[in-house]
Design a binder for this molecule. Structure first.
Ligand SMILES: [Zn+2]
Length: 57
């Protein structure tokens, strides 16, 4: 089955893809989600330190 040319929901570029989002955007979304997750964790640890509470592990 050949892939159709579709417009990516994220970047709006027309590409041949099987999904509604192109691979590039999929990868960047995944990367952003990961970065956000790391940032949230970093912020949380900073909050803990500020209050003098050590995060349990
Ligand atoms: Zn895209």
């Amino acid at each position: 089955m050949a892939e159709e040319k579709r417009r990516c929901m994220v970047c709006g570029k027309e590409k041949e893809m099987a999904d509604t989002i192109c691979d590039e955007c999929k990868a960047s979304i995944r990367g952003e989600a990961l970065d956000k997750h790391k940032q949230i964790k970093k912020d949380a640890e900073r909050e803990f330190r500020k209050e003098g509470v050590k995060p349990e592990k």
